[in-house]
Ligand binder design. Sequence first.
Ligand code: ATR
Length: 251
Amino acid sequence: MHQAAYRTLGLDYVYVPFAITTERLEQAVHGMRALGIRGFGVSMPFKQQVIPWLDALEPTAAKIGAVNTIVNDDGHLTGHNTDWTGALRALEEALGSDGLRGRPTLLVGAGGAARAVAFGLVRAGADLTIANRTASKAEQLAEDVGASAARGFDALPHGVPEVIVQATSAGMSGSPTPTVVPASMLREGMTVMDIVYQPRETQLIRDAARAGARTVHGWRMLLHQAARQFELYTGRSAPLDVMDAALRESR
Ligand code: ATR
């Protein structure tokens, strides 16, 4: 995605993967400064671990407590989080900008990925309830973001939600659990997003489509979080179509 975007805009950038370890993380960050590397994308499990080595955090990344993007301004490293932006933009494609405001929204999951999405949903004004297999984690996350928590799907404070965002690892290739959202919950007129992008069509997305709900695939979030990274690294708007085509080609 990144390479295709650079090529299209004629930018003299290159995006390459590095395999590092927790033991070498601090050195890697100093190396980034020393080499004048413009930016880093950070994947699990380094999204929290990298924070002590940075000079500043963008305020929402600080609240989320996780960084997936580092921008290097002449040796000054700022940590950002584009996961929440990606989730929000993907939902706004379906609902329109400001389309989440006031909407009863159910977030399923309370892990690292769910945490970023929860901040995005609250920021967008959604009327958010969080449910998770381990209820105490849902309650903690709800408290952190200013949302409600539900114990199970039968006790949702707003009844049937208009938007459901699935942010657990269930449904991911290799996961023993195909889906955690009962198909009986899905209705016509709902918007259902699964942040799982591998496989492209999860069980939940299939169930939601069958129920007549509007679906938002996890790869739209993947695309939009990368587009936001591109903007942070280059200061240019991302050529979304080009990045989308590159993403489709790679799958
Ligand atoms: P990530 O960084 O991908 O979010 P994580 O922090 O380990 O990974 O969080 C995984 C999330 O998926 C959690 O909400 C987890 O529920 P628990 O908090 O109860 O562990 C959820 N999850 C994973 N497998 C699940 C399953 N089979 N059923 C229900 N929830 C599941």
